[in-house]
Write a protein that binds this ligand. Sequence first.
Ligand SMILES: [Zn+2]
Length: 238
Amino acid sequence: MKLDALFIASHPDDIEITSAGTAIKLVNDGKKVGIVDLTQGELSTRGNIKTRRTETANASKVMGIHYRTNLKLKDGNIQNTHANRLKLIKVLRETKPGIIFAPYPSDRHSDHVNASNFIRESAFLSGLQKIKTGNLEAYRPHKVFYYRHAYDFPISFIVDISDTYAKKMEAISCYASQFFKTKNISADEPETYISSKLFWKDLDTRARFFGFKIGVEFGEPFFCFEDLNIQATNLLKI
Ligand SMILES: [Zn+2]
């Protein structure tokens, strides 16, 4: 399937937290959108692979995305090896996304850092014809945009997600094992950073903060290493 945009994440739920508002906007705009989860999140303190798989399928339905796959790399040990890169290159060549999204290369979670470099390198190498993946043609996405996890970054642009924010939160809510939901608090599983009530409230605060910066209710920030070609007429809207 040919995709317009492909969001690539270390763990199932990363895209929902960081950039689902933008993904849903693209879907609403008639674009073909996909997600690649690099790992199954098997090291998560709460829940297990099976519950996580069901939650991921439900979240995908809420977002209305057209494609989702999991490369099943090792959670907590995402390695930028040739064999692993070939797995992602194969997906890029099969789906030919115009743009891809990756975690920003500086973060508190080492998986996010490793994934970032792994994705950027794979996206570049995917364009080299002499790297073979069966009969698939070489293909390089037009741009790599970086979404924000925990650490600040120099923002290149912010997407207004005011009209998709409710859907984004609905998608995040599908991960009942991971996040604070009064009715789903399980007494036999330890509270974690992301399952705390504080994290849930912070999601809202963050979206409002980045929305505030561009004069709207909710926003998601992105970074791009390259300069962006802005059409002059769009300057009237930004
Ligand atoms: Zn993650």
